[in-house]
Design a protein. Structure first.
Length: 371
């Protein structure tokens, strides 16, 4: 099935700019995953193979791996303790190392005011393509093109926010070329995608097995380590393709609003409760959500060192990011990339996703109070 780029055109005469919740379909190109979207973005921005690309050191290795596989050279920089790079560091990369594009990450769907300000400053003084990686959270930040004028491209991996099979998506903001059509891929009800989710839900709801326990987590990590291809396959598709399940969410404004509201409410509830803890063995990193932030997770700093395994033992799916997927070169250079290594070890991701109910949140708080 083929759908027009603007599925709302028939029922709405309003300009997209007026509606921050409607995904700008005319500019979006859908693909299988975030790594594919990054490579397609570089191609669409005219960045030639062999070019150097600035990449934050606090990153999952699938990003630099896909760059290397497709002939680009990642040049790493450490982030500051506030999750934004230093101006001088980036200026040096632009002028001395001659990077042609800069990838910046909106970590966990947070810090978007700071990052927008940073991009404005960098773009005002330099001729560099800036790609904002919003793979962590689909509905964070502004969709209004007028607010994003300094950014050359946005990249998404919607499967990190929604239960979807695909999720790669990129929007070229600095070019007038728009996408004509999207092809919808129908995922059969008996596909592996649905079967895996059914099995996961079965164990979760029957409580026959703690699927978040440390041993299961270790097995999953091991399987991922051995079976995840170092270099993801990138499909240089000519047409924008979107799964029926992703389409059904992105084309539903009420659903998007509900997801945003739930994630924000979950985050705020946990912050409020955790702020009252007396004996603090953790630190809250980001206390107040700004109006446009839709969190992927709640980040905490573990000051003691075993919070993830403690929470997992109690069926809570906390994790470190990117954990064993931090690139080797970053792990080996602990002084040069000190903040990235520090966050990889001490930052803990606590779930706030839209499936959580109040009872789950209260349970997280009660377990945290025992730690
Ligand atoms: C910041 C960031 N960008 C891009 C990607 C790649 O996304 P995908 O796994 O969908 O290829 C990841 C993967 O974890 C990521 O963390």
């Amino acid at each position: 099935m083929i759908i027009p780029t603007n599925p709302f055109l028939n029922n709405s005469n309003e300009k997209f700019e007026n509606d921050a919740l409607v995904f700008p379909w005319d500019r979006a190109f859908f693909s299988s995953n975030g790594s594919t979207a990054i490579i397609l973005t570089l191609r669409d921005l005219g960045i030639k193979k062999g070019s150097k690309i600035g990449v934050p050191a606090y990153i999952c290795n699938s990003v630099p791996n896909c760059l290397i596989k497709h002939g680009y050279i990642p040049i790493y920089f450490d982030i500051e303790i506030n999750f934004i790079p230093k101006h001088e560091t980036i200026n040096k990369l632009i002028h001395k190392r001659k990077i042609k594009a800069l990838i910046l990450v909106e970590y966990f769907g947070l810090f978007n005011i700071k990052i927008n300000r940073f991009i404005k400053d960098i773009k005002a003084k330099n001729n560099i393509k800036v790609i904002l990686d919003r793979c962590h959270s689909s509905f964070s930040g502004d969709f209004k093109i007028s607010q994003l004028s300094r950014i050359d491209a946005l990249v998404y991996s919607h499967r990190k926010t929604l239960r979807v099979f695909d999720g790669g998506c990129h929007l070229i903001l600095s070019k007038s070329k728009l996408t004509n059509f999207h092809e919808i891929i129908n995922i059969p009800r008996l596909s592996l995608f649905y079967i895996f989710h059914f099995i996961e839900n079965f164990f979760y709801y029957t409580r026959l097995l703690n699927i978040y326990s440390e041993p299961i987590y270790k097995i999953r990590k091991m399987l991922k380590y051995f079976y995840k291809r170092k270099y993801k396959h990138i499909n240089f598709q000519e047409k924008s393709k979107i799964s029926n399940n992703l389409f059904s969410v992105l084309s539903n404004k009420n659903e998007i609003q509900k997801i945003k509201d739930t994630r924000r409410a979950n985050y705020n509830f946990l912050i409020k409760e955790l702020s009252q803890f007396k004996n603090k063995k953790f630190e809250i990193i980001h206390k107040k959500l700004s109006i446009n932030e839709t969190p992927q997770i709640l980040p905490l700093l573990d000051l003691k060192g075993d919070l993830v395994s403690f929470l997992r033992k109690h069926c809570i799916s906390a994790y470190h990011w990117p954990d064993f997927e931090l690139p080797h070169i970053i792990k080996e250079n602990k002084i040069m990339y000190s903040n990235s290594n520090y966050y990889n070890k001490s930052l803990i991701c606590i779930p706030v996703h839209q499936s959580l109910k109040l009872e789950h949140l209260k349970y997280i708080i009660s377990i945290m109070s025992k730690w």
